[in-house]
Design a protein around this ligand. Structure first.
Ligand SMILES: [Zn+2]
Length: 127
């Protein structure tokens, strides 16, 4: 079962103002990692099969997807967690916002406010 964890983060604007937000992360246990890796492998091999009828392009697509399958599955297996999003108030425009995160994002992260487009920095809170 994947577990969802919310951690507190600081959202810092360019002018030094700071607000607090919460970062949502999904953690995977070992069996979940194996399941996700196998699903990724299956998807890529299905894509390899699916590109068989494409004339000419199949010479590249079929071996490409076939080789990429185990590699992508390995990368998925290595990922013990994925970042989801950060929720909080923007220190610049004071609006409540949600910033989408990339699965492999690490903190600190530079991004932009989805409301006012000002640059923001997401920081971990040191205890
Ligand atoms: Zn803003």
């Amino acid at each position: 079962m994947p577990t969802i964890e919310n951690t507190s983060v600081h959202i810092k604007g360019n002018d030094g103002r700071v607000t607090s937000g919460s970062l949502q992360t999904t953690h995977y246990d070992h069996s979940e990692c194996v399941k996700r890796a196998l699903m990724k492998l299956g998807l890529f091999w299905l894509l390899a099969l699916g590109s068989l009828p494409i004339i000419f392009a199949h010479w590249i697509l079929v071996p490409g997807f076939f080789i990429a399958g185990p590699w992508m599955a390995y990368r998925t297996f290595q990922a013990k967690y994925t970042r989801n999003h950060v929720r909080g108030d923007c220190p610049v425009c004071q609006e409540n916002m949600e910033i989408k995160m990339e699965a492999r994002d690490e903190l600190p992260k530079w991004t932009y406010c989805p409301r006012c487009s000002n640059p923001l920095q997401i920081l971990e809170i040191d205890e």
